[in-house]
Design a protein around this ligand. Structure first.
Ligand code: SF4
Ligand code: MG
Length: 336
């Protein structure tokens, strides 16, 4: 059964001039043990906001307006969307049951404490271990994420480690309490190709060992091909297409997904550093969200209803959905 089930989640920001800006619109996502869901899209599409909502790490001016984030806790389902960000219940989940790794390890590592002390602290906070037992666990987990000489390296400060080792130390910290869901926000974007491949291998290995679910945020379709079971493509706060990664890669159905795929030269080449090359035109500002389909201004297939009417969710297969008026027509025709 799923670890986290997000249904109908909408998130808005209030701007300094009191305008209401929709960042995430009615998103449905399911995170299952042993599976990786990749959340893909250009920057500002709402993927990081979605991820941070799950940990209740949103900025103060952001607000979950609708929907549920059901977490399958030890004592039954908990709706994370209803918890206070700094509540006891949320702190018990954050960092222990659900943890997160980032592009920049220094956003979770403190520069003034040793790696070992920082990992010990998390373990002591969440598990009933004394400092000596905690350090034992810290060394185990550093060793497991491939930090050589873990016992000595635990005494190093983050600045004394290479970029790749810092990334591993951050992963060790995230995994120290064996979370059931790991959220990874562009964790390999800043790394060189070789280190990137090693970190992806490591995450896959750890997922096999721990059976955790992963929510993997990236704008790199090469990384998606390497690591994901499922993909959700976001555009201006909407999930425009979602499905099994093989289905979506073989036959992307939404014009935006197709454009993303077309912008990647050779998807299958392993460890190739492929980024989404820009699609013609700009993403509209969320402040001036078009009434209809948000992709209208860039879509080569835009037709009469697109600008005025938002497309509905069309079911394309057992685990494949998209939102586009073209597909609604296809579905109608197929059914007729
Ligand atoms: Fe393009 Fe219209 Fe489909 Fe939007 S709804 S992706 S504008 S065809
Ligand atoms: Mg981001």
């Amino acid at each position: 059964s799923p670890i986290v089930t997000i249904t109908d989640m909408s998130i808005s920001f209030t701007s300094p001039d009191e305008a209401d800006i929709e960042a995430v619109r009615q998103v449905d996502l399911t995170l299952t043990p042993g599976k990786t869901l990749a959340l893909v899209g250009e920057s500002g599409c709402g993927k990081s906001v979605t991820a941070r909502a799950v940990l209740r790490l949103l900025d103060r001016n952001a607000d979950i307006r609708t929907g549920k984030i059901l977490f399958d806790g030890a004592g039954g389902a908990v709706d994370i969307a209803r918890l206070k960000p700094d509540s006891e219940a949320m702190r018990a989940i954050r960092g222990a049951q659900i943890s997160m790794i980032f592009q920049e390890p220094m956003s979770s590592l403190s520069p003034v404490h040793t790696i070992g002390d920082q990992i010990d602290e998390i373990i002591i906070l969440h598990e009933r271990l004394n400092p000596k037992q905690a350090r034992q666990r810290t060394i185990e987990v550093l060793d497991q994420v491939g930090v050589p000489g873990a016992k000595d390296r635990a005494n190093a400060y983050p600045f004394e480690l290479s970029g790749g080792l810092r990334q591993r130390a951050m992963i060790a910290m995230a995994l120290a309490c064996t979370p059931r869901l790991l959220i990874a926000d562009e964790p390999t974007t800043a790394l060189d190709v070789t280190t990137q491949a090693q970190i992806l291998d490591l995450l896959r290995q750890l997922q096999d060992d721990y059976g955790m679910a992963m929510l993997f945020i990236t704008h790199d379709l090469g990384v998606v091909a390497e690591i994901a079971d499922e993909i959700a493509v976001m555009y201006l706060g909407d999930v425009v297409e979602q499905g099994d990664v093989h289905d979506v890669f073989r036959q992307p159905r939404h014009p935006y997904t197709q454009a993303l795929m077309n912008s990647v030269p050779r998807l299958s080449r392993k460890a190739d550093r492929v980024r989404l090359s820009p699609i013609k035109g700009n993403v509209p500002s969320p402040r001036d969200r078009p009434q209809g389909c948000a992709f209208t201004s860039r879509c080569p297939y835009a037709f009469e209803p697109c600008a005025g009417i938002a497309p509905a969710r069309t079911v394309l297969g057992p685990d494949h959905i998209a939102r586009c008026h073209l597909l609604e027509q296809v579905q109608t025709k197929e059914l007729a």
